[in-house]
Design a protein around this ligand. Structure first.
Ligand code: HSE
Length: 306
């Protein structure tokens, strides 16, 4: 049995524009580094080696809560030590809590010679997500574990699906402002008109078909959200300008990453992603908001063993 494992747990984008709470994808960068070791002492101990001042008490820590729910299925004598180096800033909209929760249970499962299924791991990790946002989500956890693009058809019962996708490059800007997921969910309307629902269903179907057929044009024209984005985008300064200028420069499409404040665009090639990154930097420098940008690509594997 391995005594210790170090993994790279990647950032994710979910919602993929029209696929609110159901479609997500994994990114090559950024990623958290996590090391999990068996311990002779029963129970779980967590140490953060980053600068985010996150709680280290297992039940209050996203990774800890996820791993504790897995440990409930194990013998009481089992013990783990976990070291977390977060590179994905909490609250960025890039699946930071999902990376912690998914990484912890994935690493434990490797140390335990894969005794749990992927669906088990998603369920354990959702208990970690609950600590972060008060709600059980799987739309970031699933692509983090499985890689590529994933769909959550249902949470109860869990029905998580991987779909094929062509190569995609991604540009991201993370304006350094705070948008709380709880606030970004609270402002949403409970009801949608049938007209908007039909438009959204068409876009979701088109996006899934476009990804599976490697049809970039179809992916691009399906990346439209008529329900969530018009409401949430008001929380993100310069959102419309970033989006329209990136689209004009050749991006396939994009929108708010998670509940924000990060904005992402999908691209067919690296140079288009670099062009959008330049536009993002220029706009946020002009409006005077500190920001961080990324140019990355679709991560087909998900969590990787280092
Ligand atoms: N999909 C969630 C939301 C965030 O947009 O509120 C991540 O699970």
């Amino acid at each position: 049995m391995n005594k210790s494992i170090t993994i790279k747990s990647p950032a994710t984008i979910a919602n993929l524009v029209c696929g609110f709470d159901i479609i997500g994808l994994a990114l090559e960068e950024p990623f958290d580094l996590m090391t999990l070791s068996f311990s002779d002492k029963p129970g779980l101990r967590i140490r953060h080696v980053d600068h985010y001042s996150l709680p280290e008490k297992p039940a209050e820590n996203v990774a800890g809560a996820a791993l504790l729910s897995l440990m409930e299925k194990l013998d009481d004598s089992i013990g783990f030590e976990m070291t977390i180096d977060k590179k994905i800033k909490p609250g960025s909209g890039l699946g930071s809590s999902a990376a912690s929760a998914a990484g912890a249970v994935f690493a434990a499962n490797k140390l335990l010679n894969n005794q749990f299924t992927t669906d088990d791991l998603i369920r354990f990790a959702m208990n970690g997500e609950k600590v972060a946002s008060g709600v059980k989500h799987a739309d970031n956890i699933t692509p983090c574990i499985l890689g590529g693009v994933t769909i959550i058809r249902s949470i109860h019962p869990l029905d998580a699906i991987s779909i094929s996708s062509p190569e995609l490059f991604i540009s991201i800007v993370h304006p350094q402002i705070e948008v709380k997921t709880s606030d970004a969910r609270q402002i949403l309307k409970e009801e949608v008109t049938l007209k908007k629902a039909i438009k959204q269903w068409g876009n979701i179907a088109g996006l899934v078909a476009g990804l599976m057929k490697s049809d970039y044009e179809l992916i691009g024209r399906s990346l439209e959200d008529v329900i969530i984005e018009p409401i949430r985008s008001i929380l993100i300064p310069a959102f419309e300008e970033v989006k329209s200028r990136c689209l004009a420069s050749g991006a396939l499409g994009g929108g708010i990453s998670g509940s924000g404040p990060s904005i992402f665009m999908l691209h067919k090639n690296h140079s288009s992603a670099e062009q959008s990154e330049k536009i993002m930097r220029e706009i946020y420098s002009r409006v005077g908001i500190e920001h961080k940008t990324y140019v990355t690509k679709l991560n087909h594997q998900g969590i990787k063993i280092k």
